[in-house]
Design a protein around this ligand. Structure first.
Ligand code: CTP
Length: 403
């Protein structure tokens, strides 16, 4: 069966010369069995007639937020498994990035949780404009996918970047996203994220630099790949991805309880949280004034090793979740991570090299090495955490499926 058979795709066509080429892509998608609904902007109708798309899809084209079926854009936003915006003009990308929802397509993009694939095509000087590049970067950081335009002859007759990509390339990307979208379908995935906070007194605490970005990106990517996601999060100001079950915890002990309660009926446990290793042995019930002493000696005790305890608790169980640990290291990355994998009885470990520039806590990028129980090592280069999250999940699914 074709990867596109019966898949629900909304195509938003915008007002650029390449609108006629977008019709070719729509035709390809329909021929491969996709159920395609087309939305056109007002400007798109200046370039190509809705009738062409209606004939190709055998469905009415949606244009007018106020005249077409009331709330149709909302229903379509829920219906879509993927929204493709092509040719995406300078203007539409600016409007989406600014949060405008002023016509059918922008309102639909605002309302959907489906992945959005953007296919820009425009004059090189518009494509290279820093405002456009900023908008593109912002959308990419929010999880929008882009097919890069090609370099070649542009509508103005000049040469440069901005040509609408070849039809096959766009269709392949649509297939890739839709296949990826069902990669973890039906799996229950537990993810921990963020730091833990260990109380010293009612005001003071011990914590670490973890931002939770990697764990939240994993939760979002697992959700996008079809998993039911439960996210156990230490304190972070991040907004949790929509559609995941969120359990907020503060200390290592609270995280331990939540993990031990929820892990047994999950298929995967991804322990991305940076759990504090020590906590004050005797937390104070009252805030200690700094005036009470010139120096303060803290006695710390080890926190429970959640992952290790979970591994031991599940030992011998017939159906136990796959356990994936995360290790932040400086130097001797693979060897140290491999030791943790063995000590904690893990199926895989994701090792993060803190000494590499651009990788680690707080920043939006990371570079990791995946180490599997069978000894295989796979290094992933520096990339945005969102992209990295998808790559990690895909590789785990590939290898662990076969194990
Ligand atoms: N971890 C855990 N409970 C802890 C500490 C860590 O479950 N008390 C988990 C982390 O979430 C991570 C993995 O164990 O998935 C490795 O964490 P890391 O802190 O790098 O390793 P440690 O075992 O604490 O080893 P060390 O501090 O010696 O580097």
């Amino acid at each position: 069966m074709n990867a596109l058979s019966g898949r629900k795709v909304v195509v938003g066509i915008c007002g650029g010369i390449a609108a006629y080429k977008a019709a070719g892509v729509v035709s390809q998608l329909v021929q491969r069995g996709a159920d395609v609904r087309v939305v056109m902007t007002r400007a798109a109708r200046e370039f190509i007639a809705p009738l062409t798309l209606e004939a190709l899809t055998r469905r009415p084209v949606l244009i007018d937020l106020f005249r077409d079926e009331p709330l149709g854009h909302v229903e379509l936003a829920y219906w879509a498994e993927l929204v493709v915006v092509m040719p995406a003009t300078y203007d539409i990308i600016g409007r989406i990035a600014s949060g405008l929802a002023d016509e059918y397509l922008t309102a639909l993009v605002a309302a959907t949780r489906a992945p959005v694939l953007v296919v820009p095509a425009m004059e090189a000087q518009m494509y290279e404009n820093p405002i456009f590049q900023r908008n593109k970067r912002e959308l990419e950081a929010l999880g929008y996918r882009f097919v890069e335009p090609e370099i070649g002859r542009l509508a103005s007759g000049r040469e440069g970047i901005g040509r609408f990509p070849a039809e096959d390339k766009i269709v392949a990307e649509v297939e890739r996203i839709l296949t990826e979208g069902s990669r973890l379908r039906g799996l229950r995935v537990l993810i921990t994220a963020g730091p833990t906070r260990e109380r010293l007194d009612p005001m003071r605490c011990i914590t670490n630099r973890s931002s939770g970005k990697m764990g939240y990106a994993l939760a979002e990517a697992a959700r996008d790949m079809g998993a039911h996601v439960r996210l156990i999060s230490g304190p972070t100001p991040l907004t949790p991805p929509a559609g995941v079950d969120l359990i907020r915890v503060e200390s290592a002990e609270e995280m331990r309880r939540a993990v031990l309660e929820h892990a047994p009926d999950c298929d995967w446990v991804l322990m991305a949280a940076a759990v504090a290793d020590w906590r004050p042995k005797r937390p104070l019930a009252h805030k200690e004034s700094k005036l009470s002493a010139e120096t303060l000696t803290l006695e710390l005790e080890r926190t429970p090793d959640i992952l290790k305890e979970l591994g031991e608790a599940l030992k011998g169980e017939r159906k136990r979740p796959l356990l994936v640990g995360f290790a932040a290291e400086t130097g001797d990355l693979v060897e140290k991570a491999r030791q943790k994998l063995e000590q904690k009885g893990l199926d895989a470990i994701v090792a993060n090299d803190l000494s590499q520039e651009g990788a680690g806590p707080e920043v939006d990028t990371n570079a990791v090495t995946l180490i599997f129980k069978d000894g295989r090592v796979e290094a992933l280069p520096l990339m945005p955490k969102r992209e990295l999250a998808r790559e990690i999940l895909k590789r785990l699914a590939d290898r662990l499926d076969r194990a």
